[in-house]
Design a protein around this ligand. Structure first.
Ligand code: CA
Length: 236
């Protein structure tokens, strides 16, 4: 066995989900360790230093959010949360506490592996260039030129306001990752107040319209209902 495999910690109390994930990850050449409780998960995190944590929020002993708090006190190990379909508030809280992404149950192998790859990749790339990105971002026929602060769809430049551009730039820097309303608002306006989410939604609506995207269409940006927005990646 090689030592350079990514080590992934699964914290999940449901045995069939745990073994489903474990089997799939091992097939994809990840090294896997498992915990059925939050307490054991925290212990294994401390002793094994995994490269990534897959975390169920509904655990028998403690709330999975406790594990996120604990991990984020010391480091940036990527965390993907497993969540029930209906529980938007849990997802938002987990993301705002520092989880990197979430997957809604039930989920398939392809989605799971794509999320893991995306989170590991963006973790590797780090956030050094976050404040002043340079270069270009390309997604299908969408092109963002960070140096010139211009956005193109095909050959056409899209005439965005400063705020609209800042939203696009922020989403694209974190492409593949779901960003909560609160995170986008903090990044773009620096503060949030009553009505901020509405303001963001209005801006998003205008951005989509200017880019020729019809309401409900999952082009460039996906609306994660009740949670936030995710810019797509070319390879997802
Ligand atoms: Ca559970």
């Amino acid at each position: 066995m090689s030592n350079n495999k990514y080590k992934i910690l699964i914290v999940e109390d449901e045995a069939n989900i745990r073994s489903f994930i474990k089997a799939n990850l091992e097939t994809s050449d990840y090294q896997v360790i498992c915990a059925e409780t939050c307490t054991l998960g925290i212990m294994l995190y401390a002793s094994h230093h995994p490269d990534l944590i897959i975390l169920d929020l509904g655990l028998p002993d403690r709330d999975g959010l406790d594990l996120i708090r604990q991990v984020r006190e010391s480091d940036t190990t990527p965390i993907i949360v497993l969540s029930a379909r209906s529980n938007e508030r849990d997802k938002v809280e987990a993301l705002d506490l520092g989880a990197n992404d979430y997957i809604t149950k039930p989920f398939g192998t392809e989605e799971l592996l794509a999320r893991i790859r995306a989170v590991l990749r963006s973790h590797r790339q780090g956030a050094e260039n976050e404040s002043t990105p340079s270069g270009k971002y390309q997604l299908q026929d969408l092109l963002i030129d960070y140096d010139k602060r211009q956005v193109f769809v095909g050959k056409d430049e899209i005439d965005l306001t400063q705020t609209e551009y800042n939203i696009m730039a922020y989403l694209s820097i974190h492409a593949g990752k779901v960003l909560t309303y609160a995170a986008i608002i903090r990044a773009v306006w620096g503060y949030s107040d009553y009505g901020s989410v509405k303001k963001l939604q209005v801006n998003m609506k205008n951005i989509r319209k200017k880019m020729g995207v019809t309401p409900g269409e999952k082009r460039y940006i996906v609306n994660e209902l009740g949670v936030g927005y995710r810019m797509l990646e070319d390879n997802l």
